[in-house]
Design a protein around this ligand. Structure first.
Ligand code: CA2
Length: 184
């Protein structure tokens, strides 16, 4: 008797499974920009009392539980952030970025982020839309799959979960809404 839905051939199935496993083995990069190394020390009304080291430790625990590798990077220098994003374009499964104040000024970061063909999640601790006008525009959002802001340190965990939802279950994950280039 014929089966109604034949399973794929073993060879094709194993190639696809290997490719999926290889992709999942790649790390998720977590990139933080200028002054975020000072978290927890000043302006707790905007950024909370959690230090960057504590955020990274919490994310590491989450990632370990989900068997995901993370690469953490923080710099106060735009060029070093760009170098890290270029590295992520070659090696990352996804990227989480809080570009700090460069969010509101850096076309160079936008251009670097456009190199990535994997999910990019932009995170802000504070709700930038409830703050000064100059913080309400992000240069990098057009290169992001999604933006999470206003949830403090928890935003990074939300970003990780969103990426896993998208990359482990693409059929139920967030849609690919990244704009490659909006210029005419
Ligand atoms: O809300 C966010 O996560 C921001 O990306 C944080 C940036 C800010 O320029 C953005 O508009 C929004 C600033 C990070 C500076 O963090 C500090 C932490 C402690 C003390 C001083 C600065």
């Amino acid at each position: 008797m014929m089966s109604a839905s034949p399973s794929p051939s073993p060879a094709r199935d194993s190639r696809a499974a290997k490719a999926a496993r290889g992709e999942r083995a790649r790390p998720i990069y977590v990139v933080n920009g200028p002054n975020l190394n000072m978290l927890g020390e000043r302006e707790p009304e905007h950024y909370g009392r959690t230090s960057l080291a504590e955020i990274e430790a919490e994310l590491s625990a989450c990632a370990k539980a989900k068997n995901v590798a993370l690469v953490f990077f923080q710099s106060n220098e735009e060029g070093r952030l760009i170098d890290c994003i270029q590295d992520a374009a070659q090696n990352a499964r996804a990227l989480i970025i809080n570009a700090g104040a460069y969010t509101h000024s850096s076309v160079a970061l936008l251009d670097a982020l456009k190199l990535l063909s994997v999910p990019v999640v932009e995170v802000h601790l504070s709700n930038i839309f409830a703050r000064e006008a100059f913080r309400q525009h992000s240069y990098i959002s057009p290169a992001a799959s999604g933006v999470i802001c206003g949830f403090g340190a928890a935003g990074y965990r939300m970003a990780l979960n969103a990426i896993l939802a998208q990359t482990d279950m693409p059929q139920t994950g967030m849609p690919q809404t990244r704009i490659k280039d909006t210029a005419p």
